[in-house]
Structures are given as structure tokens and as C-alpha cells.
Design a binder for this molecule. Structure first.
Ligand code: PEP
Ligand code: CO
Length: 469
């Protein structure tokens, strides 16, 4: 193909979604202002490269084949204010530590994708909400409007804000990783004082000691210093967000030379490595699926109790007609009480279709509850573990495999989810409740989950039974 020739799929371009029905759309008062912003955005450089995207795609293929495990995590709603050294370092630290525990537990490499550097747009169940007896527009995420009730009008300048905050976050992540930040998180320095139960602390400590020992041994024999692309030293780290604001996403979709064949150009979303479509916007004939089907990036689809298995296969056929292994990640989020009812039919339908996706469990979004006070949203650690445990079990009994996990988490000591080894209670939630959208696991609870998964794999290796977490 000549260098200037367009890719074969001429029936698709980054704006064909405009002819499809759209949900969760944002209405702006001044379209001319939106157009000016989009023109500017269209000139700004890519944030990620085609090579990085293809690299992730190849890694996700290995995940889909069961040779690696995927860890995806980060804020529900990232705020522009989180674009600052401390929160970025904390999130990177918790994801790196979790991935080390998971690598040790699962005995496979872990692919890390953060919900970060662009996770600004939020779908909402209602366009408006009541505030002090007055009906106001809902907060739609920092790239649409402000959380402050006086700042709820959709402002197109925020799209530019999204670009610059994403670029700056990504830049700091790259800087940290290039400067050896990943090496600082040796398990020998981990503090498990928050774990209230002596028995559980003992179990976690044992995993930490085993990991420390394994790493010491690797160092002694020099096995931690080989080629630059060794999984031990190189820390691939990818970013992702929900592809919700299609004007923004399509403006950042660029025709770039394919790393496999420089003469061929392909459409990449150059604003993030991985994009997903949420539970509310995954209609097979809708605008969001139309957009996502044309890009080369690996993509995710949220799957919930309302997903009809036949429609799910329709989505897969549309988004991935060549059935490329691992191109699509199915992120299931049924709720602890529904997973055994729904997941088997989804697994069977997908298997029968011949698609080989990455199967990931998001045990957060089906388990949101109101705290006792009724005023704030929370999630119970036991429900999160229960959904995860059931998901491992259902995959195993269907002869399938859970390939990864997806969490809403933060590296900070927030108090948003109840339970975990620090035993947070409803009454503790107000101590440091920070989220502007869904409740996240805090640093300690995030490590708890990783330890529980590691323990699950240890048990699995020792028996052929269906262990629980
Ligand atoms: C989310 O991931 O923040 C989200 C809104 O999830 P879902 O689309 O699964 O409800
Ligand atoms: Co959420």
C-alpha cells in the first residue's frame, strides 16, 4: 500500500459514529466554541505511539491465551487536581506493588494498565440531581463540567484541559519509570501494620518473605540484570480510559504508520493505549461501538447483567471481525449475587462464536451500596472478594480462564470501601471520603486483594479443587 493511501476499511472513519444514535451525549451552549477547541485539539501531538499500542496489543494476546495476567486499576473519576506528583506516585506505587504480588502468585507476567491520564468523563444514570432543593445538572467528569454545584454547565475548554492534564500525567509516569521508580518497591520494605488480624498478617508476611527471598536469589545469581527487555527490569506501564466523549476521542484518532509495515497507515487513538466502552454505551448499533470498531488500539467492553449474550457476540463481530486474539477485553461486572447466574451464558456464547477475548473481572461496579447513613455510596470488601472468587470459580467450571482484574482504587489512605484487613466500618467512612464518583479501594485494601489472589493461586497449585479467595 502506498504511504499516503488510506486503510482498507473505507466505510469507517473517526467521525462515522455521528450517523448513529448516541447516548450520554453532552450538550454545549456554544457550538462555535466547541469547534474552535476541537480544531486546536486536532493539531496537538499524539500522547502515545503506534508502537506502544501494538506492543500492548501483543501483550494482551498473551493474556487472552492464559500466558500473562492483566491488572487494570485506578480512579473512577480522575480529576484534573490529581495531576500532581504525590497522587501520581501513590497510584503508580500501588499498581506496581500489586502487580509484583500477582506475578508471584500467578507465576505469570502481569500486564499493567492504569485508569489514568484521561479517565475524566463519566456516564451518569441521571442528567440532573437535586442540590439544596434545586435541580442542577449532574457532574459529568472534569472534562465536561465541575463538581462544584455552581460549575455544572458543560464547558468546551475542559476538553483542552483533559488533553493537557493527560499529557502531563503521562509525562510524569514516564519520568518516574525511566528514573528507576519501579526498583524502589522491593517487598522487603513493605509495612503490613495495618492488617488487624494476626493470622492474616502472618499469611501476608509469608508471601512477602517468599517474594523477598526469590528476588534476593535472582540478584545473587545476576538474573535481575539481563537484557533491557527482561520482564524483571523493564516496566511496561499502559494507560486507559472510558471512550465516552466521542468528539474528543475522534479528534485524537490519527492515521499513523503501522510499526509492522511502515508504508501502511492505520487509525490509532493516540490519546491512550487502551479504551473501553461502558455498560451504558455499548449498544451494538450505537455511536460508541461504531467509533471503537475502527481503531487499532486494544479495546474493552463492560459486560453486565443487562448484556444479552447474543448482543455481546454481535458487538464482538462488529468490533473485531477478524477475531484477533486479545484485541477485545470483556470486563464483567455483574455483582456478587448475580455472577453465577449470568457469567456462564456469556462464556458459552463467546466460546461458540470463536472469539478469544481477554476475560477480566471488575468486582466493583455491580457491588455499589448506600452506607448505613444512606447519604454516601460505598462498597463492601467482602462483596468484592465474593464476586472475584465466584468469577474465578465459574470460569474454571466452564473450562475457561479468568485472565485479569479491574479495580477502582487509589494509592492514598481514603475511607470509601468498608472492610479489608484494616476492618473499616461504616462509621469510619467519613474520616477521609474523597471520591467524586464511585468508592475506591484504598492502598491497604488494594494490596489485600492482590495478596488474596496470590493465595488463591497457591491453593490452586496445591489442589485440583475450586479454591475460594
Ligand atoms: C466505570 O468503570 O467507572 C463505569 C462507569 O463502569 P460501568 O460502565 O461498568 O458501569
Ligand atoms: Co466507577
Amino acid at each position: 500500500m502506498a504511504a499516503d493511501k488510506q486503510p482498507a476499511s473505507s466505510s469507517w472513519n473517526p467521525t462515522t459514529w455521528k450517523s448513529k444514535p448516541i447516548v450520554q451525549d453532552v450538550v454545549y451552549e456554544d457550538q462555535a466554541h466547541v469547534d474552535r477547541v476541537l480544531t486546536k485539539l486536532g493539531k496537538l501531538p499524539p500522547m502515545v505511539s503506534a508502537q506502544e499500542i501494538e506492543n500492548l496489543r501483543e501483550q494482551l494476546k498473551q493474556v487472552a491465551l492464559g500466558k500473562s495476567f492483566l491488572l487494570q486499576g485506578g480512579d473512577c473519576a480522575e480529576l484534573f487536581d490529581y495531576c500532581s506528583a504525590d497522587p501520581i506516585e501513590a497510584k503508580l506505587k500501588v499498581l506496581l506493588q500489586m502487580s509484583l504480588v500477582l506475578t508471584y502468585g500467578a507465576r505469570t507476567p502481569v500486564v499493567r494498565i492504569a485508569r489514568m491520564a484521561g479517565q475524566y468523563a463519566k456516564p451518569r444514570s441521571k442528567p440532573t440531581e437535586m442540590y439544596n432543593g434545586e435541580e442542577i445538572l449532574s457532574f459529568r467528569g472534569d472534562n465536561v463540567n465541575g463538581f462544584d454545584p455552581k460549575d455544572r454547565k458543560a464547558d468546551p475548554e475542559r476538553l483542552l484541559g483533559a488533553y493537557f492534564h493527560s499529557a502531563s500525567t503521562l509525562n510524569y509516569v514516564r519520568t518516574l519509570l525511566d528514573s528507576g521508580f519501579a526498583d524502589l518497591h522491593d517487598p522487603s520494605n513493605w509495612n503490613l501494620d495495618h492488617v488487624r488480624s494476626d493470622a492474616v498478617r502472618g499469611e501476608y508476611q509469608e508471601i512477602v518473605s517468599q517474594m523477598t527471598d526469590a528476588l534476593d536469589f535472582m540478584r545473587t545469581i545476576g538474573a535481575d540484570q539481563p537484557a533491557a527487555n527482561s520482564p524483571l527490569r523493564s516496566v511496561d506501564f499502559f494507560v486507559s480510559h472510558e471512550a465516552l466523549l466521542l468528539e474528543y476521542e475522534s479528534t485524537l484518532t490519527r492515521l499513523l504508520p503501522s510499526p509492522k509495515n511502515n508504508k501502511e497507515k492505520k487509525w490509532y487513538n493516540a490519546g491512550s493505549h487502551f479504551l473501553w466502552i461502558g455498560d451504558r454505551t455499548r449498544q451494538p448499533d450505537g455511536a460508541h461501538i461504531e467509533y471503537i470498531r475502527g481503531i487499532e488500539n486494544p479495546v474493552g467492553i463492560k459486560v453486565g447483567p443487562s448484556t444479552d449474550p447474543t448482543r455481546l457476540v454481535e458487538i464482538l463481530d462488529r468490533v473485531n471481525p477478524n477475531k484477533d486474539i486479545g484485541k477485545v477485553t470483556l470486563i464483567t461486572r455483574f455483582g456478587a449475587d448475580k455472577v453465577t447466574q449470568y457469567l456462564p451464558q456469556h462464556i458459552e456464547a463467546v466460546r461458540a462464536s470463536g472469539h478469544i477475548p481477554v476475560w477480566v473481572c471488575d468486582p466493583m461496579h455491580g457491588n455499589t451500596k448506600n452506607a448505613d447513613s444512606g447519604a454516601i455510596k460505598t462498597r463492601h470488601f467482602v462483596d468484592i472478594i465474593q464476586e472475584l472468587s465466584q468469577t474465578f470459580r465459574v470460569h474454571k467450571s466452564c473450562n475457561s480462564k479468568l485472565n485479569g482484574v479491574h479495580f477502582e482504587l487509589t494509592g492514598d489512605s481514603v475511607t470509601e470501601c468498608v472492610g479489608g484487613s484494616m476492618d473499616l466500618k461504616d462509621a469510619d467512612l467519613s474520616t477521609n471520603y474523597q471520591t467524586y464518583c464511585d468508592p475506591r479501594l484504598n492502598y491497604e485494601q488494594s494490596l489485600d486483594v492482590a495478596f488474596l489472589i496470590a493465595k488463591y493461586y497457591q491453593k490452586e497449585r496445591r489442589s485440583n479443587d475450586f479454591p475460594s479467595l
